[in-house]
Design a protein around this ligand. Structure first.
Ligand code: PDD
Length: 276
């Protein structure tokens, strides 16, 4: 395969990353995952804009702009012949001897990217189950940071017990998933955490919100209490990699009849209509 390394396209055996990269030492960097449907990037501008926003929030200036990044990512998809799959791109603060403070101006960020091919499930995902896990992350979850230790630990805890995703909550207030946003439906109204420093402002979440507007589907952007999610009529999660995923049970308690409900079904159909 071909990889992106800064402003170049390189083969596997040509990649060399410094042991002193701040990504290794500190997880000092940001990333994005962008879905490819039928050879076309989905919501690429939004993802690239968020990458540059995340970089700005950690006071990191990328060596080239959003337009050039888009062209590079498109070329990476073409070079690897990706029809269905995704692109991963990350930027670290660069390679420098390990001190916590930023390196000097002469040290430039290191950008890497790869593609991954997999079948298009779009939003046709089978229902999954969740396990609630305490959200022990920092207070800047709006930044798509490479620091994913708390996310990794939460996901593993859910996975080991046979669940697809962790439902994160801060002392009983639901925030999001380990790598997804969470939505409940009660009496025809969608509930989801508002955009804040406690969640990632998911691009799939934004597309779902657009679908809600188009469908005249009411949404309340207020945090859900964990104790209330068990009594929701429907529940679903969203992410770039999986689109909309219906949830059949949380902590072993079945949601609705365990099948995707009417609101989830309508959103999955509306979401599919937006795909390239
Ligand atoms: N994760 N919340 C978190 C913490 C995430 O890491 C992600 C995405 C989302 C969903 O955002 P989006 O719809 O923009 O993908 C929410 C990516 C897919 C990952 O880490 O693989």
């Amino acid at each position: 395969s071909t990889y992106l390394l800064n402003d170049r396209f390189v083969k596997d055996d040509e990649i060399s990353i410094s042991i002193e990269d701040r990504g290794y030492y500190f997880g000092d960097g940001v990333y994005e995952v962008i879905r490819v449907y039928g050879g076309t990037l989905f919501t690429a501008e939004e993802h690239i804009a968020r990458l540059y926003e995340s970089a700005a929030k950690i006071r990191m200036q990328l060596p080239y702009g959003e337009e050039e990044m888009k062209h590079k990512i498109e070329q990476l998809v073409r070079d690897n012949g990706i029809d269905e799959g995704h692109v991963y791109v990350q930027a670290t603060r660069g390679a420098a001897p390990r001190v916590h403070q930023f390196p000097g101006e002469d040290i430039v960020p290191v950008i890497t990217g790869y593609t991954k091919a997999y079948p298009a499930t779009a939003s046709q995902h089978e229902p999954v189950t969740l396990k609630s896990v305490e959200d022990i992350r920092w207070m800047r979850c709006d930044i798509k940071s490479l620091n994913l230790l708390a996310n990794v630990m939460a996901k593993q805890e859910a996975y080991e017990e046979g669940h697809y995703e962790a439902l994160l909550h801060r002392s009983g207030t639901v925030t999001e998933g380990s790598s997804s946003n969470m939505f409940g439906v009660k009496d025809g109204v969608i509930h989801t955490h508002p955009v804040s420093n406690f969640i990632l402002n998911g691009i799939t979440r934004r597309v779902v919100m657009e679908c809600c507007t188009e469908l005249d589907q009411p949404v309340i952007e207020e945090p859900m209490a964990l104790e209330d999610v068990y009594n929701m009529d429907e529940f679903f999660m969203t992410s770039t990699t999986n689109g909309i995923v219906p949830v059949s049970a949380i902590d072993g308690k079945q949601i609705g009849d365990g099948r995707p409900g009417p609101v989830t079904e309508a959103l999955m159909a509306a979401f599919d209509r937006k795909l390239p």
